[in-house]
Ligand binder design. Structure first.
Ligand SMILES: Nc1ncnc2c1ncn2[C@@H]1O[C@H](COP(=O)(O)OP(=O)(O)O)[C@@H](O)[C@H]1O
Ligand SMILES: [Mg+2]
Length: 321
């Protein structure tokens, strides 16, 4: 999709977004609430009109062949769209029939999905009598009934318990293995990290960065050294010129030093340098970058305020407190 923009009145919800999802991959949009994720998915699935830009889905042009696009995709919505007067089984059955699934396959799939989302005891219960979490699970099951070319999932596992989420991720990976390309949005780091081949971090309607999970993490350095000291500003000044220091970021109480060597061997040198500079060290922690760190790095306050360049590692000046 190219140069997509979307306005709700004066609000620019999607700001010049371009990206390509490769056939057969699982691609995630990771971003906070209000970032524009649902708007992008709603445009791509023809629920919202395409205002500006262009997109091709499964080889079809979104603007000129919307019916073809609709035939090629499946959707798991963020909001619930279930018919309240149908039972769990009926909802899934009906969806399968809508997509002309043969009876045997349909029934097998219904049973498989009811057990995936643990609604065995509710097969014949009307949707309106389900709890919120059960409805959410049923919505997912419905989205997984067919095997479309491209499956869109808008925050699929929001509000579900950890075991259910992991089971659903495994199932989604299976479907992907069977040939369905998957585009999902999420604000869960672990979901983006564990499920997707590639991730775009999206914030304020813009793609901030795109890459494989390990690529995004590597950009932050090999290790992160967290330090709380008597004078964090001075500590940053003392460390920023070391060859192996890739960048320094300010935290609420300390600083994070991003290093591109094995931190376990660099840590003694860091401590020596700070001590001989007369800086009192209060706390030290060493870790590998996680998706959380990546997210904070790219959507955090400093990146926004500085308007730092896309993809650049920010060696920020730590403010004197
Ligand atoms: N129907 C709407 N009318 C007006 N503004 C909207 C509407 N839907 C979303 N927005 C605004 O567009 C922006 C992006 O929203 P959305 O795409 O829902 O973000 P996300 O799914 O990432 O949470 C937000 O600022 C939101 O308030
Ligand atoms: Mg949303």
């Amino acid at each position: 999709m190219n140069n997509l923009e979307y306005f709700f009145g004066d609000i620019k919800a999607v700001d010049n977004i371009s990206f390509t999802v490769k056939q057969g991959e699982i691609f995630s949009f990771l971003g906070p609430n209000g970032a524009g994720k649902s708007t992008v998915i709603n445009v791509l699935t023809t629920l919202l009109p395409i205002q500006k830009g262009s997109a091709k889905i499964a080889g079809y042009d979104l603007k000129h062949e919307p019916e073809k696009v609709r035939e090629s995709i499946g959707i798991v919505f963020q909001e619930l769209t279930l018919d309240r007067d149908m039972t769990v089984r009926e909802i899934l059955e009906y969806h399968g029939r809508l997509y002309s699934m043969p009876k045997a396959e349909r029934q097998e799939r219904v049973d498989e999905l009811i057990s995936l989302v643990e609604l065995e005891g509710k097969r014949d219960t009307l949707t309106k009598h389900l709890s919120g979490g059960m409805k959410r699970r049923l919505e997912i099951a419905r989205g997984l009934m067919t095997r479309p070319k491209v499956l869109f999932m808008d925050e699929p596992t929001i509000g579900l318990d950890p075991q259910t989420r992991i089971r659903i991720w495994d199932y989604v990976k299976d479907i992907n293995q069977q040939g369905t390309t998957i585009f999902l949005t999420t604000h869960y780091m672990d979901e983006a990290d564990q499920l997707s081949d590639r991730i775009s971090i999206i914030d304020h309607g813009k793609i901030v960065i795109t890459g494989r999970s390990w690529e995004l993490k590597n950009m932050l350095g090999q290790d992160l050294i967290y330090l709380e000291t008597g004078d964090n500003w001075a500590a940053g000044e003392l460390l920023k010129d070391l060859d192996s220091v890739k960048g320094i970021k300010e935290k609420s109480k300390g600083i994070v030093v991003m290093v591109n060597v094995d931190g376990t061997y660099l840590l003694p040198e860091v401590m020596d340098r700070l001590r001989s500079g007369g800086i009192k060290i209060k706390a030290v922690n060493l870790k590998k970058p996680s998706m959380d760190d990546v997210f904070v790095h790219y959507t955090g306050r400093e990146l926004r305020d500085n308007g730092a360049e896309k993809g650049a590692v920010v060696v920020s000046r730590v403010r004197r407190r």
